[in-house]
Design a protein. Structure first.
Length: 324
């Protein structure tokens, strides 16, 4: 999750877009950045591999070269890891929560079938690149408020010209409202403002709009971040349950136990989800996670109230130690 200043309506940016709160790469990205500053990068020419910094709408954006991947880069905003992209291998998902969203993309339809995907939050377009590589001919739309960041990403990490990806500079909810009924196979929300999910993207009214845009069999996936006592996460599950009959939630065990601030991936649909396979894949990740669904997930909410627009609040800010 990013430490970003943003207008009240929020920036369409990931909770650590690729570097969410408590993700497995946050400390490594900073150490990597220090190393690359000393060495000038590895794997290609020195000038090409120097870190690049530029002010964007949400703060200071920086691209730090990955010392282990010749064309890999980590995007940071105000020092917080946001996204990782490997231009040589767009199927490589470095951050744990993005791997889980990658599983969602993989399980959204039979292999190689093109999808209509709406990404709320752009970052470095990591998941759009992944979808284009694994599901050619997919049609994708990215809604990202930070136009200077979009231009920087286009300049430094250009999309494959064959990828059918369109980027709109707009607030996530406003952009969502412009899509026709039943357009999307998959809506992925990874939207943060100053390391917090904006309040207007946490409500039942927002999720009702998401369901409107989804096809009847479509799925919604969201990157959420919370810490002890997990009140925000419980409220988000309860809110999603008021709109979607089928839910699953994936998170690290330490997050489930309320012992650390971190990310959780919420998966929702009107139709049954591939819970068994999703669970297997999440458990097999390099940083294994746990998936809850059904009665166990209902019990987890502990009677939390459904969030409405009138009562919505941003997600909690991560503690400073998350990015140390």
């Amino acid at each position: 999750m990013a430490r970003r200043g943003a207008p009240a309506r929020g920036r369409n940016k990931a909770a650590g877009k690729g570097g969410a709160a408590g993700n497995d790469k946050a400390g490594g990205a900073r150490a990597q950045g220090r190393e690359e500053r000393r060495t000038g990068g590895r794997g290609s020419g020195r000038a090409e591999r120097e870190p690049v910094s530029r002010p964007v709408g949400g703060g200071l954006a920086e691209f730090v070269p990955d010392r282990e991947r010749p064309r890999g880069w980590t995007l940071l905003i105000d020092g917080a890891p946001q996204s990782h992209v490997d231009l040589d291998d767009p199927t490589h998902l470095s951050f744990a929560y993005q791997r889980r969203l990658g599983h969602v993309i993989d399980l959204a339809a039979p292999a190689l079938r093109p999808l209509h995907v709406l990404h709320l939050g752009g970052g470095a377009f990591t998941l759009a690149r992944y979808t284009a590589a694994t599901r050619p001919r997919s049609t994708q739309q990215i809604v990202e408020l930070d136009a200077p960041l979009v231009q920087l990403v286009r300049d430094r990490l250009p999309l494959d010209p064959q990828a059918r990806v369109r980027v709109r500079a707009a607030d996530a909810r406003e952009g969502l409202g412009r899509f026709p009924d039943g357009w999307a196979d998959l809506v992925i929300a990874d939207v943060f403002s100053g390391a917090r999910t904006p309040a207007h993207l946490t409500s039942a009214e927002f999720l009702t709009e998401v369901r409107r845009v989804l096809k009847p069999e479509g799925r919604y996936a969201a990157n959420l971040a919370d810490g002890p006592p997990l009140a925000h996460l419980r409220g988000q599950v309860a809110t999603a349950a008021a709109v979607f009959p089928e839910l699953a939630l994936a998170a690290d065990p330490v997050v489930w136990r309320g012992r650390r601030f971190g990310n959780a991936v919420l998966l929702a649909s009107a139709l049954p989800l591939p819970v068994a396979e999703f669970t297997r894949r999440v458990a097999s990740d390099p940083h294994p996670g746990r998936v809850e669904h059904g009665r166990a997930l209902t019990d987890f909410t502990g009677g939390a109230a459904v969030v409405t627009d009138a009562a919505a609040k941003p997600s909690p800010a991560p503690p400073p130690s998350v990015f140390e």
